[in-house]
Design a protein around this ligand. Structure first.
Ligand SMILES: Nc1ncnc2c1ncn2[C@@H]1O[C@H](COP(=O)(O)OP(=O)(O)OP(=O)(O)O)[C@@H](O)[C@H]1O
Ligand SMILES: [Mg+2]
Length: 160
């Protein structure tokens, strides 16, 4: 059984990736859809109790938020996988801008998430970390990040 956590700013492609890769197998846990923390925790508990794989499709920018999922999932014997949607701010803003009008996120919200995003680190308890990037043809490129490589860094051009 696996619990999957996405980490990435608004517009980084998380929901698109979910639909491509997990729609048929994993329940989607999303704050946008569920609205309240209570509903979210009820649904996660149901997945854990029922041995149902799930994906937390949220920005999950803060380690503390991720811990709310990682600890119970591990306690229930789930493997925990992280997909880190590593993308430059301007790419996220560009994709956000091209969304259908009702789905465009206010720009300051994307920038704020970008600034506070804490990249995933092994110490949080992940069994696997993968990096998702979008290639020149707009396809998702997924790479496994090994423990030997240390913690995944931000893109160089994002630093500073
Ligand atoms: N690989 C891609 N190629 C082209 N367009 C993409 C790709 N991934 C996502 N998009 C487009 O970019 C926009 C944002 O993608 P998506 O909704 O998946 O982002 P998100 O990370 O789920 O954002 P949010 O956190 O706000 O839910 C959408 O309009 C989507 O169609
Ligand atoms: Mg989304």
């Amino acid at each position: 059984m696996e619990a999957v956590l996405f980490v990435g700013v608004q517009g980084s492609g998380k929901t698109t990736f979910y639909k491509e890769r997990f729609f048929d197998t994993h329940v989607r846990i999303s704050r946008d859809m569920l609205k309240t923390r209570n509903r979210q925790s009820l649904l996660v508990s149901a997945c854990l109790a029922g041995r149902q794989p799930f994906v937390v499709d949220d920005t999950n920018a803060a380690k503390s938020r991720r811990a709310e999922f990682i600890e119970p999932a591990r306690a229930a014997g789930f493997r925990v996988r992280c997909f880190f949607f590593r993308c430059a701010l301007r790419e996220a803003l560009g994709r956000n801008r091209r969304r259908p009008s009702g789905q465009v996120v206010p720009v300051p919200g994307v920038i704020a998430t970008f600034k506070r995003l804490e990249p995933p680190v092994w110490q949080e308890g992940f069994d696997e970390i993968s990096i998702v990037e979008v290639d020149a043809e707009d396809r998702f490129a997924v790479r496994d990040w090994t423990r030997e490589q240390g913690d995944p860094p931000r893109l160089e051009r994002e630093q500073g």
